[in-house]
Design a protein around this ligand. Structure first.
Ligand SMILES: [Zn+2]
Ligand SMILES: [Zn+2]
Length: 78
């Protein structure tokens, strides 16, 4: 299971490699980007809103190998 986004950045022929999140509301998976449609696999906008079901702040990080390192960063901003 990959924990890095394999989408392609808009405007670049580069792999995204962004952190993947899963929506706790609808189950959709994808990365978070600061601008809309930045990645072919984008699922969350800068506010943490799911682009599929529009739930806000309902996401979990899909990066088990980094959970220990970043456990203090798991909380979404208010
Ligand atoms: Zn991505
Ligand atoms: Zn959703």
């Amino acid at each position: 299971m990959t924990t890095r986004c394999d989408g392609v950045r808009a405007g670049f022929s580069l792999r995204c490699h962004g952190t993947l999140y899963r929506c706790l509301s609808c189950g959709a998976e994808g990365c978070a980007q600061t601008k809309p449609a930045s990645c072919s696999h984008q699922r969350f906008d800068v506010s943490g809103r799911c682009t599929q079901c529009a739930a806000v702040g309902k996401r979990e990080m899909l990066a088990p190998q980094t959970v220990g390192l970043f456990s203090t960063l798991m909380q979404d901003p208010p």
